[in-house]
Design a protein around this ligand. Structure first.
Ligand SMILES: Cc1ncc(COP(=O)(O)O)c(C=O)c1O
Length: 395
C-alpha cells in the first residue's frame, strides 16, 4: 500500500484525538442550544463559556473579548468591515484610509479591495525580498485619515513574521495622543507556533482559525479589545454580544477551546520539534538538489513552514508527482484561465516568474515524525530530477 505523508499542515491539520473526545458529548447527549434557559441549554452554555476562557487564556485576553466565528475568513471580514462600517456610521463624511500589505491572505486583501471599491482608500504595502513588511513603510504610509492597519502576524505561504509588536506600540502611542486608529492582525498561521499575546502585540483585533491547530473546520475566533466597536456582519440573533448572530456551533467551539488549551501547553515542545524537523529537511534538500532556493527569511519565520523554489520545475507538476508517490504538499499558484499563475506572495519577493512557479510549501505538524522527513527525502530528489529531464521549462 502507498505510504502517505502529510506535509500540508498550513492548509489544515488533523483533529487531535483529545479534541475529538472533548467534542463528542456535544455531538451526542449534550445537544442543547446555549441560548436556552433550561438544563440542556445551560450545559451547552457552560461549555461555550469554558471554551471562551481557553481561547482567551492563550492570547492573554479577557474572555469577554473573544467572539466565536466560523473561521479565519469570517474573523477577518468581521474585523475589517465591522470596524470600517462602524466608523462610517459615526462619521459619514470621512473617507477612511486603511493600510495593509500585498502579502495578506485573500480574506484580508480581498476585503480591503472590496472596501476600496466602495469608497475607502487603501495602501497595499510591499514586502522586501525576505518576505517581511517594513515598519518604516507603515509609518510612511500614514495619512490623517488612516483608521485601520491590518498586517498579518505570520504569512501563510512562507511563514515570515511581520513587525506586529512595533506596529501595535505605534498605534497605541497614536491613540494615547487622541487619534482614532486601530490595529488588526491575522494570526491564523501563528497560533500554536509562536507566542501570540495581544498585550505584547498591542492589537485591537486578532483573527484565528481552529482547523490550523488540530480542531475542526468551520470555527474560529476574533479577539476584540474592550472598547473597540464593530458593526455586526451577521444580524438576526443576540449571540456573541450581538456582534455575531447565529446559534453557537457548540461542538466546534468546544473543539477550538480544547485545541487552544493544548496549543498553549504544547507550544514550546511542538515548536522546537517542528523547527528541528523542518531545518533538517531543508538542509538536506539544499545539499541533495541543485538550483533550489528558500523563499522568505530563514530566521524570521514560524518553525513549521519551508517554502522552496525548484529551478526549472513547475510547482504544480512537482505537487502532482509527489502526490502520486504519497506525499502531500502545496503550491501557492492558482490555475486561472488555463495558465498557471505564479503565487502573488512569491512574486512579491521579487522572484522571477519561472522560480515563482516552481515554489512548493512544505508545512510540518504535530503528527509528523522523523520517518516522514526521511521518506520525503528519499522521493523528492528523484521527482525533481525526473521533471527537469522531461520538460525543462523555458527561462
Ligand atoms: C493567514 C490566513 N488567514 C486566514 C485564513 C482563512 O481561515 P479559514 O480557513 O478558517 O477561513 C487562512 C487559511 O488558510 C490563513 O492561512
Amino acid at each position: 500500500m502507498l505510504r502517505r505523508v502529510y506535509l500540508d499542515n498550513s492548509a489544515t491539520t488533523q483533529v487531535a484525538p483529545e479534541v475529538l473526545e472533548a467534542m463528542m458529548p456535544f455531538l451526542t447527549e449534550n445537544f442543547g442550544n446555549p441560548s436556552s434557559i433550561h438544563h440542556f441549554g445551560q450545559i451547552a452554555r457552560s461549555a461555550v463559556d469554558k471554551a471562551r476562557h481557553q481561547v482567551a487564556e492563550i492570547l492573554n485576553a479577557r474572555p469577554n473579548e473573544i467572539i466565536f466565528t466560523s473561521g479565519g475568513t469570517e474573523s477577518n471580514n468581521l474585523a475589517i468591515r465591522g470596524l470600517i462600517q462602524e466608523l462610517i456610521r459615526k462619521e459619514p463624511d470621512v473617507r477612511p484610509h486603511i493600510i495593509t500589505s500585498v502579502i495578506e491572505h485573500p480574506a484580508v486583501k480581498m476585503v480591503c479591495e472590496d472596501l476600496e471599491k466602495s469608497g475607502c482608500d487603501v495602501t497595499f504595502l510591499p514586502c522586501h525580498e525576505d518576505g517581511v513588511v517594513r515598519f518604516e513603510d507603515v509609518v510612511a504610509a500614514m495619512t490623517d485619515r488612516t483608521v485601520l492597519i491590518s498586517i498579518m502576524t505570520a504569512n501563510n505561504e512562507i511563514g515570515t513574521l511581520q513587525p506586529v509588536a512595533e506596529i501595535g506600540t505605534f498605534v497605541r502611542s497614536l491613540r494615547n495622543d487622541g487619534r482614532k486608529i486601530y490595529f488588526h492582525t491575522d494570526a491564523v498561521q501563528a497560533i500554536g507556533k509562536i507566542k501570540v499575546d495581544v498585550e505584547e502585540i498591542g492589537c485591537d483585533l486578532l483573527s484565528l482559525s481552529a482547523h490550523k491547530i488540530h480542531a475542526p473546520k468551520g470555527v474560529g475566533a476574533l479577539f476584540v479589545r474592550r472598547g473597540t466597536r464593530l458593526h455586526p456582519q451577521n444580524i438576526g440573533g443576540k449571540q456573541e454580544r450581538g456582534i455575531r448572530g447565529g446559534t453557537d456551533a457548540v461542538p466546534q467551539i468546544v473543539g477550538l477551546g480544547k485545541a487552544a488549551e493544548m496549543a498553549g501547553e504544547k507550544m514550546h515542545e511542538d515548536a522546537e520539534r517542528l523547527r528541528q524537523m523542518r531545518d533538517r529537511f531543508e538542509t538536506a534538500v539544499f545539499e541533495m538538489i541543485p538550483d533550489t532556493h528558500l523563499n522568505g527569511s530563514r530566521d524570521r519565520r514560524v518553525p513549521n513552514i519551508s517554502n522552496i523554489s525548484f529551478g526549472s520545475v513547475e510547482g504544480e507538476g512537482l505537487l502532482i508527482n509527489l502526490d502520486m508517490q504519497g506525499i502531500a504538499v502545496s503550491t501557492g499558484s492558482a490555475c486561472s484561465s488555463g495558465s498557471l499563475e505564479p503565487s502573488p506572495i512569491i512574486r512579491a519577493l521579487g522572484r522571477e516568474d519561472q522560480l515563482a512557479r516552481g515554489a512548493i510549501r512544505f508545512s510540518f505538524g504535530r503528527y509528523n515524525g522523523d520517518e516522514d522527513v526521511e521518506h520525503t527525502l528519499a522521493i523528492l530528489p528523484r521527482a525533481v530530477e525526473t521533471l527537469r529531464s522531461l520538460a525543462p521549462p523555458k527561462r
